[in-house]
Design a protein around this ligand. Sequence first.
Ligand code: WT7
Length: 631
Amino acid sequence: MNFQISSLKEYQETYKKSIENPSEFWDEVASHFYWREKWEKTFEYDWSIPETKWFIGGKLNITENCLDRHLETRGDQTAIIWEPNNPKDTVIHVTYKQLHSKVCQFANVLKNNGVVKGDRVCIYMPMVLELSIAVLACARIGAVHSVVFAGFSSTALAARINDAECKILLTADGGFRGDKITPLKDIADEALKTCPSIQKSIVYQRTKQNVFWNNKIDVWWHDELRKVDDNCPAEVMDSEDMLFILYTSGSTGKPKGMVHTCGGYMVYATYSFQNVFQYKQGDVYWCTADIGWITGHSYIVYGPLASGATTVMFEGVPSYPDFGRFWEVCEKHKVNQFYTAPTAIRALAKHPTELVNKYDLSSLKVLGTVGEPINEEAWHWYDDNVGKNKCPIVDTWWQTETGGMMISSLAGVTNDKPTFATLPLPGIQPVLLDNNGEEITKQKAEGILAIKHPWPSLARTIYGNHERYKNVYFSAYPNHYFPGDGALRDENGNYRITGRVDDVVIVSGHNLGTAPIENAINEHEKVVESAVVGFPHDIKGNALCAYVITYDNVDESTDLINEIKQIVSDFIGPIAKPDKIIFVSGLPKTRSGKIMRRILRKIASNDVTNLGDISTLLNPNVVEEIINSFK
Ligand code: WT7
């Protein structure tokens, strides 16, 4: 496959061509893949419906691109290096041939358990090799995978299973994370009490702990494997058939099941992977994300494997057995491209640089970040200590919804600039809009980020709720895709993402809607109402502050604070627990009853000098009271 841009000039020319003649540009890119049948039309869209289609009429199976295609050329090359949570455990190197065989075999297990094309399969697993195998096995037979991050609670898992009406659950007895074990089977059992669509639960044995067994639905992964062979022809999929659903938090209501389709997603995840990271054959690439997030889907599994790369999959956490773990793994596997999140960098930067310096990091060529804006200090720490000032840093801006990286430098090809995601990838047309939705044409400007033209891996809908898809992404600014972020642009056209402009807070790189957290808190019998906002936090980027109104005569005790934290943890997961809980008698509201989160954010951030005009509030006095309760 050769669509790697190798100079700044080539980037400029390619970008220009991709905008002037998108059909020709994307036809060329897509021609590097293996299609069972070629597409008839490159794309078609109408964002008033909204509807977007790519490589229309094309037939393919993404696993033939990720696996079969490599068998002759690099069958014995390592596809995945699996690094265990505990460094004393055994590393697994799985070649393309072996991975092909394992995926086909597990695809047959799925078939044996009644899964057919179009069925939804929920995957709630730790970062074991079998998680990648499961994802690919679904794709092999045209089943739609819905991976749920193994840190989510049983309530969150059940909501996702039910929303997509999944037929099968793939889980494990437990998962290792640092010195802890997550009791995944217990959590799943709890969830399944309210999930009538699940017919079978296939359980992978990882921790070997005792688990409850329901003979009606539970089967062991290893028992099922014995019943099948590894011969499984790929299902021929239409380019616009569903490949997967992945849930992301919204600012209101339940999580949004973003739907990605086969053809466009494959093309864009792979194209962006190769260009941003400048992956060269034989390189070892490592993305530290979990496959429970889009980063893992696109840049641990699909993008790298479709490129014939060697991709590292890491079961553990950056802090175990100590804060040098990432660098130990980089040294051990001679990692060339390393991709992580700003929150991890900030956490690691708190520890002595000795923990970095004791490892040989000379194999590193490219560093990357994703998930939230990276602050200047963290950027320089990364550049100085990890990259030794010789590795370009790609700051990649994108979303679950975009499927692939949208704004980023191309490592060593276009320039990077601390705290800037920099330039759009070919085919991506970002614009800045003012508050009236008018495009700001001045080069140096700040505004609302929007995208003007479709690209292949845009999520096509929210599963089961196209109306919501339209409202959230295509209604505020007609004819644009609205990602929910603000940005500024410098005199050279570089973009810097300034943060969310809606009620989503990015905590440790996790996208958390404030509304579902408020809903959870409001479930507590002593709570009348609550408002959750983000405030800046040294390591997490943002942390959450909950303002809570309780019923009269309620004892606003530490116990209550802990109960509220627990309820959030139960409903959503430990990642959503607020750092601060402040009891108040009222919340600042507009006359129409809308909570003024801007004010609450400022107070939580200890920035009360300029709260703006509060005289129009329904209850201006409450502001003073809230400020005082912080003192
Ligand atoms: C939101 C999307 C893309 C995978 C991880 C998060 C923020 C993401 C950056 C970046 C500044 C960033 C945005 C975006 N974000 N990358 N490089 N610089 N902000 O996926 O959970 O869908 O969250 O993450 O606010 O909208 P996600």
